[in-house]
Ligand binder design. Sequence first.
Ligand code: PGA
Length: 223
Amino acid sequence: MKKQFFIANWKSHQNVKETKEWFDTFLMHASDIQQDSEIILCPPFPLLSLCHELIHMRHLPIALGSQTISSFPEGSYTGEVSGKVLKDFVTYTLIGHSERRRFLHETDEMIASQVQLALASNITPILLVGKKDAIIPKGVSFVIYEPPSAISTSSGMHAEDPEEVEAIASFLKHENGVLYVLYGGSVSPENIQDYTRLPSIHGVIVGKESLDPQAFSKIIQHA
Ligand code: PGA
């Protein structure tokens, strides 16, 4: 079986109480997770420490990722979270989510700097792109293809057509030497297999459905 990644992107949802409840419920439902599945949880920054503790206390097979990383190194950049700070908690970082490109005006230059700083801190960058001809900075081996129009659509109705996803994933892999391509956009327990069965796809990123631990564990189990 091929290796599959399941990324939970909590965006700016969940507080301390909800996080503890999420772990309790996830534990009850996530009993038979396949060995070659890797789960990566990306909570908001203030919850990284708590999630780190909960994962270690309960010996859970979950890796942590941040939702972004600063474009600046450690220094006088108020409000920023640098690779040096993150590396005590995370193995991965998302970079270039379309919501950050759109609402926080992240540019390709900032994204290239984030990739370099993540690599310098031994954090694996996971780059999100919304189109086939996206710029992929050197050193990126993980890419998520996520068309913005497919994000959080009602009841997953407008998730991207799987044949289109396969064509783009295979292009991204062969043109850029990317190791893993994942899909994102309205992934649910009902449509997960449409994507995980694709030869060039190695997993998914899940936003809305990852907030419900039962739905998220179903996605992993139905893959
Ligand atoms: P969604 O979000 O699963 O709610 O579409 C995915 C994402 O934006 O990462």
